[in-house]
Write a protein that binds this ligand. Structure first.
Ligand SMILES: *Cc1c(COP(=O)(O)O)cnc(C)c1O
Ligand code: SF4
Length: 362
């Protein structure tokens, strides 16, 4: 693909040069155990930029846990590819699991590398994106007329240059059966300076375009990320958020509720809370499913319905996302359904329409 040199390219490159990628560089900035970091960073590389680093307030806090390699990563029961994405990949850079939509892997780089990443097996690895990977992906989407929704993902697609993003979106938009385009990017959270007016002007040419980002903790909502989300929203892009439920990061009910509320205040609609996938090296992040349900119960009714996302388990082996909710049903038969409200009060509702009963009697 041609034409992706731009001034943003230089800026992005410069800021990536300022990115911390070695244990020694990290030790210059934080009080870490160098030997521990050296061991762990062989299994999944270290990458933190100065902006995200600046959000760390103390050792082991929720920002720290997301990006600083930890010894626990070495003891693990998880899987390389817990969602069986490779099994659903007809070609290397497309995952086609659902009937009408695909995940399109266009970048192997992210602004920071999250220790809990589900796609560790690919992210950070240049070989995960062959030189013809994007062209082949576009061809696949062109040939499959049932695809009406393309999720441009990675890695982080917004780590590409504006020109390259423009080229990919232009080609996708030219495909008649592609109704909507979605971008999955953590850049508004981890590298909000990347959201420039030029990038917004590029993206808004390709509506209907949606963007799902990935905030995990209220302290990621800063003046910088607020500004980034505001610019994207002003470009007419509906913003959603996918949070991963992570022990020691956002597993306190109050933290999760505050995060959901603050997201709305920066114009981002909470979309999913994921139960942590069974990824290798992430056992220490996993909470129980019951705890996830308790968090959902602490949201529904207690705060704006807009702040309540779907809680999903992305089923192992590629069955897809399955939403679960705290069960509000006390009893249910042909006559009545007994329900519990958010405060635990029960109510009864006739389970068959009254008018229908009258009609049946006649
Ligand atoms: C999550 C995901 C999607 C999108 O799912 P939605 O529920 O429509 O947001 C599509 N394909 C794959 C492979 C996914 O993992
Ligand atoms: S930004 Fe997303 S893809 Fe990149 S390392 Fe973090 S979780 Fe993985």
């Amino acid at each position: 693909m041609k034409g992706y040199e731009s001034s943003t390219e230089k800026k992005v490159y410069q800021s990536s040069k300022a990115t911390i990628t070695t244990p020694e560089e990290l030790a210059e900035h934080l009080d870490v155990d160098l030997e521990e970091i050296k061991q762990v960073h062989n299994t999944f590389p270290l990458r933190i930029n100065h902006y995200y680093l600046s959000l760390i307030k103390e050792k082991g806090d929720p920002i720290w846990r997301q990006v600083i390699p930890a010894r626990e990563e070495l003891h693990s029961t998880g899987l390389e590819d817990p969602l069986g994405e490779e099994h659903d990949s007809p070609i290397p850079n497309i995952t086609h699991r659902y009937p009408d939509r695909v995940l399109f892997y266009v970048s192997y780089v992210c602004a920071v590398y999250c220790r809990f990443c589900t796609r560790k097996r690919k992210v950070s690895k240049p070989q995960s994106l062959p030189p013809d990977g994007i062209q082949r992906g576009l061809e696949y989407i062109r040939e499959h007329t049932e695809i009406r929704d393309v999720i441009v993902s990675g890695g982080d697609p917004l780590m590409l240059t504006d020109g390259k993003i423009d080229a990919i979106l232009r080609e996708l938009r030219a495909i008649e059966h592609v109704e909507i385009i979605r971008i999955g990017s953590r850049v508004p959270v981890t590298f909000p300076q990347r959201i420039t007016q030029n990038l917004c002007d590029t993206l808004k040419k390709y509506h209907p375009l949606f963007l799902n980002t990935h905030f995990n903790h209220p302290s990621e909502i800063t003046p910088e990320s607020t500004r980034a989300c505001g610019m994207l929203a002003d470009a007419g892009i509906p913003l959603g958020n996918q949070t991963v439920l992570l022990k020691g990061v956002n597993d306190r009910m109050e933290t999760m509720k505050r995060l959901m509320q603050k997201l709305l205040a920066i114009r981002v609609k909470p979309y999913y809370i994921y139960q942590a996938d069974l990824v290798a090296g992430t056992d220490h992040f996993r909470t129980s499913v019951q705890h996830g349900l308790d968090i959902m119960a602490a949201l529904r009714g207690h705060t704006s319905g807009l702040a309540v996302p779907h809680y999903v388990i992305d089923g192992p082996g590629g069955v897809g996302k399955i939403a679960i909710i705290p069960n509000p049903v006390v009893s249910f038969d042909d006559k009545e359904i007994v329900l519990k409200n958010y405060e635990g009060f029960a109510c009864s509702y006739p389970s068959t329409c009254q008018q229908a009963l009258v009609d049946e009697v006649r």
